[in-house]
Each structure stands twice: as C-alpha cells, then as structure tokens.
Design a protein around this ligand. Structure first.
Ligand SMILES: NC(=O)c1ccc[n+]([C@@H]2O[C@H](COP(=O)([O-])OP(=O)(O)OC[C@H]3O[C@@H](n4cnc5c(N)ncnc54)[C@H](OP(=O)(O)O)[C@@H]3O)[C@@H](O)[C@H]2O)c1
Length: 348
C-alpha cells in the first residue's frame, strides 16, 4: 500500500470554491468554512451548470480558485437512483470530469472529490474498507451513480499521479441534517422518515409504512460532523488513498425508525413494505484510517436527528412565510417540485 502522506494546507486567506454550496453537504461546508478565514467562492446552477464544460472552463479561468470542494452532484435515494439511471450517470460523470479538469488547468492547489459508500461492491466484507473498491459487482439499484463516482475518484487519482495535483477523495456514509431533500419518493431514508412521522403526528394517522423489510443495516452521519472531517482532511491529508467518513456504527432500519419516531414524537404503529427495495443488506464503513488521521464523529444519532428535525420544521416555517420566494431557493418545496417536474418530463 502506498504511504499516506500528511501535509499542512492552510485554508486561511485562500480562495475556496464550494461546488454545490446550496446542497446539504455544500451548505454544511459553508457553515464550517466560515471559521477558516478563507475567501469563499460559490456559483449557482443557473449561472454555471456544472455539466456544461465551456461554462465551467470559463468560470474557473475567471475565478482561479486555490482550493475546491467538489460537493455538487445528482444525489437521491434508492428510487431516484434506480429510476433516473441515465441522469445519475450522465450528470455525475459530467460534473466530475468538467470540474476536475478545469481545476487542474487553472492552477487549483487542492481539490476534494466526494464519492459515496455506494462505490463499494454489494457484497464486500463489512465494515467496508477503502481497498475494497473495484473488487466485485456493485449494488444494481445505484450502479450508474457508483460508476460515475468511481470515475471521479480515478480522475483525482490520475491527475495526482500524472501531474502531481493534490487532489483527494473522501467516501462519506449516509448523511442527514439541515438542507436534506424531503421529496416523498426521491429522498434518502432519514429525510423520508422525518417527513412521514411528522406528517402522521400532525394528521393523527395511526400507522406509518417504512419502505423495505426493515432488516438492512445502515450507518448515519450528521452532516456538520462530515463537514468538520472534510476540513480536517483538506488541511492535513494528501494521498491517492480514499478516506471513508462515518461513525463506524450501524443500526437496522427498523431500529432507526424507532429512534426517528421517538424524536419526532410519533406514537402510532410502524409497519414495513417489503415490496419496496431494501438495497444492499449492510453498509458500514471501516473508519480506522480516518481515526488514525485524528478525527472521529461527535454527534450522537439522537442529537443529530433532533437537530435535523428542528431544521426540517424551520424550513417548513420559512417556506410558509416566504410566499414570494423563488421556488428553487427552497429545499422543502422546491427540491420536490423540481424533481417532480423532472420525473414528469422523463415520463412524457
Ligand atoms: N447525502 C448523502 O447521504 C451523501 C452520502 C455520501 C456522499 N454524498 C456526496 O456528497 C455530495 C453532496 O451531496 P448532497 O447530499 O449535499 O446533495 P444535494 O443536497 O442534492 O446537493 C447537491 C448540490 O449539487 C448541485 N448540483 C447538482 N447538479 C448540478 C449541476 N448540474 N450544476 C450545478 N450544480 C449542481 C445542486 O444544486 P441545486 O442547489 O441547484 O440543486 C446542489 O447544490 C455528493 O457528491 C454526494 O455524492 C452524499
């Protein structure tokens, strides 16, 4: 195995581009980076669609960021991944190739690429070690997303080996927190459960259905913990080796549903719908490399879910109050509407 080099990379005074700054991860990075005295650069999708190579090249040539967090991506839960297979492959490949190449061509000193635990083979030994990438078949429901992410990781690695670029890749586990997507069909499990339990509590419904059998085991990380880990690695880590970011602990979906229901205050029945896909049976990251690099998660699941639920309620409130807000500025309503519009367009 190649050595894991450590270097000091000070963010203070640097121009730092957060790609995907309005997303769940990007906005957590923006919150955390506010403490680094960096000069933060962002650009909205309406100004620069990161799938558009010419637009990306022009923006990078004009701004020349010294550091890049590549947290823009087409992201979604199991149904979105499995339904919008072409979009998940195309968007994520295009974003990764355009941004990594433009960063290299415009003198970027350091780039962090965001992969995902989905890149590991479906039946890889658990907990998932970084070196299990490309050792077996992927989970079919998210294969297009995983293939695009693996291509991004390989690009970062190739630019490092060929040009000496200081590009690193991190593999976050399942994330949750402020800025999550609460789309009824396309969200990840945490947002989906917060929304369903909340709506059942408010409407007085006596039963909530959880997708799948409830038996798969998953690991969940609060997104502000992720952002803290990323800043730590950006400042101290330089190596082609991937770094998993997680808590190192997993829980069954059934037990997790009980935690979310308790935090939300839903007291009705919880049943399971086995006709919905379970996805991979277990997904727990081996976080020993991250621990050796000096970082571990600090937010408990209960505390994190309580913070995420608070953020969900705040966003609903903000949404009700801002009648004249542009819909794309609103995660709760607009991300649903945008995705619904897209899925309608796909069906037509
Ligand atoms: N969420 C998780 O559980 C999880 C787990 C592991 C890894 N990750 C990785 O973490 C990264 C961020 O995920 P996230 O959860 O923050 O996703 P997210 O909330 O959906 O945010 C994605 C961001 O990317 C932007 N984006 C997407 N397509 C774009 C395009 N064509 N041009 C410009 N911007 C575009 C979005 O812009 P708009 O605001 O305009 O939509 C949004 O700001 C991704 O690489 C993802 O693979 C996430």
């Amino acid at each position: 195995m190649r050595p894991m080099a450590s270097t000091a990379f000070d963010l203070k005074g640097k121009t730092v581009f957060v790609a995907g700054h309005r997303g769940m991860v990007g906005s957590a990075l923006m919150r955390r980076l506010a403490r680094e005295q960096a000069d933060l650069l962002t650009v909205s999708r309406s100004e620069v669609d990161l799938r558009n190579q010419a637009a990306v090249n022009a923006w990078f040539a004009a701004k020349r960021p010294q550091a890049v967090f590549l947290a823009a991506a087409k992201v979604g839960g199991i149904v979105a991944n499995n339904t919008l297979r072409a979009e998940f492959l195309y968007d994520n490949l295009a974003i990764a190739t355009n941004v990594i190449q433009a960063a290299h061509a415009n003198g970027c000193e350091k780039l962090m690429f965001f992969g995902s635990s989905c890149i590991y083979p479906r039946l890889a030994p658990q907990p998932l070690r970084e070196d299990s990438m490309l050792t077996g078949p992927l989970e079919s429901t998210n294969e297009p997303y995983a293939i695009a992410k693996i291509a991004g990781i390989k690009m970062a690695e190739a630019y490092r080996s060929q040009y000496g670029a200081d590009f690193i890749s991190v593999m976050p586990t399942n994330l949750y927190g402020p800025g999550d997507n609460y789309h009824p069909e396309y969200s990840h499990v945490v947002a989906a459960l917060i929304r369903r339990f909340h709506e059942a509590k408010v409407s007085g419904a006596g039963s909530v259905v959880v997708w799948g059998t409830g038996t798969p085991r998953r690991e969940f990380l609060y997104v502000d913990d992720l952002a803290d880990a990323c800043i730590h690695l950006m400042k101290t880590y330089s190596s082609p080796e991937l770094v998993n970011i997680g808590t190192g602990e997993d829980i069954t979906i059934a037990d997790f549903a009980l935690v979310v229901a308790a935090v939300v205050g839903y007291r009705g029945e919880i049943s399971f719908d086995p006709s919905r896909p379970d996805g991979t049976p277990r997904k727990l990251l081996d976080v020993s490399r991250l621990a050796k690099l000096g970082w571990r998660a600090t937010t408990s699941l209960e505390d994190g879910i309580a913070l995420a639920y608070r953020a969900y309620l705040d966003e609903k409130q903000r949404c009700r109050q801002s009648r004249f807000a542009r819909p794309e500025q609103n995660n709760y309503v607009a991300r649903s509407e945008i995705d619904l519009a897209k899925s309608r367009a796909i069906k037509e």
